[in-house]
Design a protein around this ligand. Structure first.
Ligand code: SF4
Ligand code: SF4
Length: 225
């Protein structure tokens, strides 16, 4: 079956809009896509940030590796990982203003997309770095909730005899959640903007450290491992 698929692709010379490339994870935005977000052609509610240090599948090593910078991706539908812009009938809702990765992807010829992978990614700082106040909040969150720090703590967890490491992890998780609540309740930020502004919450991403977060007495804490 795989060979058949490969042969069909080899015979193609143009896009048949089958949408197979719109499944399995949304595209990463590149610097060249900044105008799409700035003009609202792609709204930030449809984006999420993979924060520096988060683990992501690396196509070269075929391993999960920490990302070196923020990456901004288009959200996907949880059930099937299709891009949120993929609509009934396999059409792209933003086809004329789709990101540059989507334009570069040609399943019959990988040259263009491989060059695109080498381009600088768009980062939150490129879009929000001069928004005083908001950027300070994001930078503070990034420092206090850094994935490097979380990795360091989770590495120490198995030797944690005093409970201090677990307490430090729980403090980070609690800060991450409370900041999200504060932004929504006090600053009027829409909840669907949070994955772009602050990345995904640890309650979703701790699984990448093979750990899970459970709710106890109304608060989320890391379960003992
Ligand atoms: S580029 Fe994508 S949409 Fe076009 S034919 Fe290939 S897999 Fe289908
Ligand atoms: S933005 Fe459009 S072309 Fe790009 S992955 Fe999503 S649905 Fe496909």
């Amino acid at each position: 079956m795989q060979n058949e698929t490969f042969d069909v692709k080899m015979l193609r010379t143009s896009c048949e809009r089958c949408a197979a490339c719109c499944t399995g994870g949304g595209p990463i935005l590149r610097l060249a896509d900044a105008h799409l977000v700035r003009t609202g052609a792609i709204e930030s509610k449809d984006l999420y940030t993979v924060r520096k240090g988060e683990l992501m599948f690396d196509r070269d090593t075929l391993k999960m590796v920490p990302v070196r910078t923020d990456l901004i991706k288009i959200k996907v539908n949880r059930e099937d990982l299709t891009c949120v812009f993929l609509k009934e009938g396999k059409t792209c809702d933003i086809y004329d203003t789709r990101p540059s990765e989507c334009r570069a992807f040609k399943c019959w010829d990988p040259k263009e997309i491989e060059m695109k992978y080498d381009e600088d990614p768009l980062e939150r700082a490129d879009l929000l770095g001069d928004v005083k106040g908001l950027w300070d909040v994001i930078a503070d969150h990034q420092e206090r909730c850094s994935y490097d720090r979380m990795q360091e703590l989770t590495d120490k967890l198995k030797d944690d005899r005093t409970g201090e490491v677990l307490a430090a992890i729980n403090e980070i998780i609690a800060f991450d959640l409370s900041l999200r609540d504060t932004l929504v309740e006090k600053a009027g930020v829409k909840p669907d903007m949070l994955p772009f502004l602050l990345g995904r919450p640890f309650t979703e991403t701790m699984v990448m450290f093979n750990l899970k977060i459970v709710e106890k007495n109304g608060t989320f804490v890391l379960d003992h491992v």
